[in-house]
Design a binder for this molecule. Sequence first.
Ligand SMILES: Cc1cc2nc3c(=O)[nH]c(=O)nc-3n(C[C@H](O)[C@H](O)[C@H](O)COP(=O)(O)OP(=O)(O)OC[C@H]3O[C@@H](n4cnc5c(N)ncnc54)[C@H](O)[C@@H]3O)c2cc1C
Length: 351
Amino acid sequence: MATAEKRFKHFAIVGAGIAGITCARTLTQAGHTVTVFEKTLGLGGRMATRSTPYGSFDNGTQYFTVRDPRFALAIETVPGLCKPWSANAVRVLDAHGRVTEAPLPAREAHWVPAPGMNELVRQWARPLVAAGQVILKTRVARIEPDALNAKRWQLHTEAPGDVRHVYGGFDGVILALPAPQSLELLQTSGLSPKGMAKLAAVDIAPCWTLMLAYPNASQPGLTTLGPQWNAARSTHHRIAWLARESSKPGREPVERWTVQASAAWSREHVQDEPTRVEAKLIKAFSEVTGIRATPAHTAVHRWRYAQTRKPLGQTHLWDAKAGIGACGDWCIGHRVEDGFVSGLELALAAG
Ligand SMILES: Cc1cc2nc3c(=O)[nH]c(=O)nc-3n(C[C@H](O)[C@H](O)[C@H](O)COP(=O)(O)OP(=O)(O)OC[C@H]3O[C@@H](n4cnc5c(N)ncnc54)[C@H](O)[C@@H]3O)c2cc1C
């Protein structure tokens, strides 16, 4: 008996973080066509790297763990790119910056790609970029039935300079965005695909991130500034995490620190002026580390949706009839690997 011939489809994927790019490469490997839309000028989403004259900062994800064998296999497709970081010896600090626990023995490696956190997604996306299937600096503003074929979808996009465009002919649309942004896009579009009401129950906390550079600390005879540890979780009411960027593999040697505010403090100050937030976080940084030198470079970044507090509880959402799905770390957790698993599972369901 002849088997039914598989129909290859064209998917629009909104968002080029790890979930979106994992979904895109999996669908491509299965023979489908994808077009990825990303509103920023780079790939990686919250696996972000910011360049400065003093070296780069991983201002989003700090490191990732590899527990799912499928993630381990995917990492092996870019041999040598990701290296274990000595942050295995993460310290735990009290509110005054005193170490309260000896470093725990490494239970699992903390992986970091070089030269920056965004490099893993960039490498995976290379074939898609080369084929012109990734459209950067393009925000998807609305989704609606295709004007030429109501069984398909078209996307209204906005790019800098008020450039608007309509891309059509998609058999399916995959939202690889934080849950509130997926919900907002569906609501703006007047769409309510099956199961997507669950998006409203997901809770994702914001995170203010501070970046500091001390180039003078790299002079001969003075290799590091302040504490001897490279990464710590803190119970200070403003600060939850501190990491010495320069201690990560494949980074520039200039002394640089990335500091993440606690979820509670970030929520409380989410609408504050960046200059005000910066001043408060620098003060807290000094209290925790004892570093009082004036940094040559300071910056803050606000992640409106950073860490999942209440996940969806299933790997993805997919309305097969409508041809609309949603994925992202928030489906099952708050880690990079959760984004990978979610993007992969949605591709397997949709393809
Ligand atoms: C400060 C911080 C620290 C973290 N630390 C860690 C850590 O140490 N370890 C760990 O495992 N995880 C960490 N995480 C979480 C990790 O970053 C996420 O789990 C993972 O990156 C989520 O990937 P994603 O693809 O689901 O979403 P995202 O990376 O958020 O990707 C969504 C993409 O969609 C784009 N987009 C949004 N709206 C539109 C639109 N309308 N049109 C087009 N594009 C759009 C965004 O620009 C973004 O690129 C951290 C996150 C933050 C913010």
